[in-house]
Design a protein around this ligand. Sequence first.
Ligand SMILES: O=C(O)CCC(=O)C(=O)O
Length: 286
Amino acid sequence: MGLRGNNKKIKREIIRKDGLFYHPTFIKKSEKEQIILWLKTLYPIWEMRFSEHNPPPEGDEQRQLKRPVYWLGNWQFACLDYYHPPKGILNRCIAAEDYPPVLKKILEVVEGITKTHFKRHEVPKDWRLNTCLINFYGSLIDPITGKKSDTARVGDHKDFELGPVASISFGERAFFQFVLGKKDLSNNILYEQWLDDCSLQIFGGDLYKDKAFHRVQRVENKLKTIFQLNVEHFETRRINFTFRYVPKEHIIEFKNLPQNQQSDINPYMEKLAERSEHFKRALSNK
Ligand SMILES: O=C(O)CCC(=O)C(=O)O
């Protein structure tokens, strides 16, 4: 088992707790290579949080997300307010591309580990990790001055999809925390850990998933590995995949979305369609 750290030697070991599983070296080198090669075929996009028909609520403002994203299985556009059961389930999840074979294989194993590790009532009937958000973490590069600003963090939030969520990380380590209490006000850290390159984290259940918020406080900049991907004005040093479950009946085709929402996400669909057969077809089937 490898050792890692600065001055302190940190043991990299598998962690098994109620509601949390962590494997620091889960993804094999050859799998990572295949995944990174496949990532180079993607063209992640920048989304805005709100839209014409879903304007910012009072006290909030329109903003670009801190990082480029790509979704698989279904795309939960930020301006459609993401999938949010039990109430926010309609018109939020738009059918997207399937997983590449290398991810499908890995997920079979991850689903198996989840079913073994978690209690039966923590895994919904028909649960499958059929949805994936790929987050690219790093620094924005000012196109004029070339100045970099580090945006590699995520504030307190919950993933509302039902059942356990699995997360796979590549690149620089991320400092990840589960916190209890009121969003953004809490210092009540339930658990914190570094998420390593090639690691797998699975969390679920009442405490880690339903009660706690989670966040990424920072991403290290030690390995100096920059991923060469198709994202303009951005330097990616960490990539994270979070796999979730959305029931089939809540995933809809773009053409079946109400007109206002279609018009709100149309610019993103067009951008995606420039590079993706799936989104090209979705637009032409309108
Ligand atoms: O990057 C991570 O490790 C966590 C990402 C996350 O919190 C999310 O996708 O909801």
